[in-house]
Design a protein around this ligand. Structure first.
Ligand SMILES: [Zn+2]
Length: 221
């Protein structure tokens, strides 16, 4: 059983991946994790990935597909949670065909949706003190004097990455790249969740949505 996780940066996807992984006892893998792990293998694929990474090049779609297939073959009786894959519609179609050929059910998609402005607020609420290097969240943990460090009184600064306009631009890139992949999935295997609530509330709904799929998979094995 393959669970595909989709959600923009700042949607809490990492937390949900961990909770689903603990609940079902499925490993949760990002494409980066799989690449790093395969690069350590003395396989032809491992060597190819090492060469590509050493040359500072991007690993091709085809290589990523092969790695995902290997993961499936190594864990035929387990499920997998994949984060960051597929990245393209072509990869999505490839995955479906590969699952079908091996008699595995189609993937179940968990899509965490959070309004863009909420994400901008979450990510742009981080600040740090240039003097004592403390990092704080201005929403959860506001300083006593606005914009000033509680410890030394220095003016708090924000990382460029966390500036609202940079967060907005990252979100636009995410929607442009991932939108068509998510739109590819419809029907009963596509589960959409409102991620704009407390993590345990979101997880409760995800668990409810995944449970019938999981039971069906257990019965069919
Ligand atoms: Zn300070």
């Amino acid at each position: 059983m393959i669970i595909l996780l989709f959600g923009p940066p700042g949607s809490g996807k990492g937390t949900q991946a961990r909770l689903i992984s603990e609940w079902l006892n499925f490993p949760s893998l990002s494409t980066g994790d799989m690449l790093r792990s395969e690069a350590q293998q003395e396989s032809e694929l491992g060597r190819k990935i090492r060469e590509t990474l050493a040359a500072g090049q991007y690993v091709s779609d085809e290589t990523v597909n092969l790695i995902v297939l290997q993961q499936l073959e190594r864990n035929p009786d387990s499920g997998l949670i994949l984060d960051g894959y597929p990245r393209t519609v072509a990869q999505a179609i490839y995955l479906e065909n590969a699952l079908l050929e091996r008699g595995f059910p189609p993937p179940v998609v968990v899509h965490l949706d959070v309004p863009a402005e909420e994400i901008v607020m979450r990510l742009s609420s981080r600040a740090s003190c240039p003097q004592c290097k403390r990092i704080l969240n201005l929403l959860q943990n506001p300083p006593r004097v606005e914009g000033r460090c509680d410890e030394c009184g220095s003016e708090l600064v924000r990382r460029d990455d966390d500036k609202p306009e940079v967060v907005r631009s990252r979100l636009e890139t995410y929607v442009r790249l991932t939108g068509p992949v998510i739109a590819h999935y419809t029907g009963s295997n596509y589960l959409l969740f409102n991620g704009n609530r407390k993590p345990d509330v979101v997880f409760g709904e995800i668990r409810g949505g995944l449970r019938p799929h999981h039971e069906h998979w257990l019965n069919d094995r």
